[in-house]
Design a protein around this ligand. Structure first.
Ligand code: GDP
Length: 139
């Protein structure tokens, strides 16, 4: 079934001008970019987005990282988009990521790992709603 997922091209990737190369991997996988905006995340946005990790030792570093350079927030649409994008991104740590995945190709470290993708349909809906309204999304 066609569904939506939420994606972020993270600061390490925008800094290295990788937006187009990452979008090519996304589109080649059959996912459609139905909304996209380049933003500078503020502290409140970054903290809210990663609040599930608030107790983790790397939380402060993660929030600072997400604010350090512009990011590109996106809505992706396609058959099984949530699972498909997780597959296309590869493992959190690029050292463990499969060949051809975005993180294997481009990520610098477990923290600076180029992309975010929702881990469930429920979180996808919540994350999309943090950054987009329905009229922003053109399928
Ligand atoms: P994801 O769903 O694959 O993005 O992974 P997680 O939900 O486990 O972690 C969220 C994000 O936190 C990751 O994408 C990394 O940017 C960051 N992160 C996870 N583990 C670490 C870590 O050990 N150190 C640092 N600095 N960041 C981490």
């Amino acid at each position: 079934m066609s569904e939506r997922t939420f994606s972020i091209i993270k600061p390490d990737a925008t800094r290295r001008n990788l937006t187009g190369k990452i979008n090519a991997v996304i589109e080649d996988a059959g996912l459609r970019i139905v909304a996209q905006r380049r933003i500078r995340m503020n502290e409140a946005q970054a903290k809210k987005f990663y609040e599930v990790h608030a107790a983790r030792p790397f939380y402060g570093e993660l929030v600072e990282f997400m604010m350090s350079e512009p990011v590109v927030v996106q809505v992706l649409e396609g058959e099984g988009a949530v699972a498909k994008y997780r597959e296309v991104m590869g493992a959190t740590n690029p050292a463990d990521a499969a060949p051809g995945t975005i993180r294997k190709l481009y990520a610098e470290s477990v923290g600076e790992n180029s992309v975010h993708g929702s881990d469930s349909q429920e979180n996808a809906a919540l994350e999309i709603a943090q950054f987009f309204t329905e009229t922003d999304i053109v399928g």
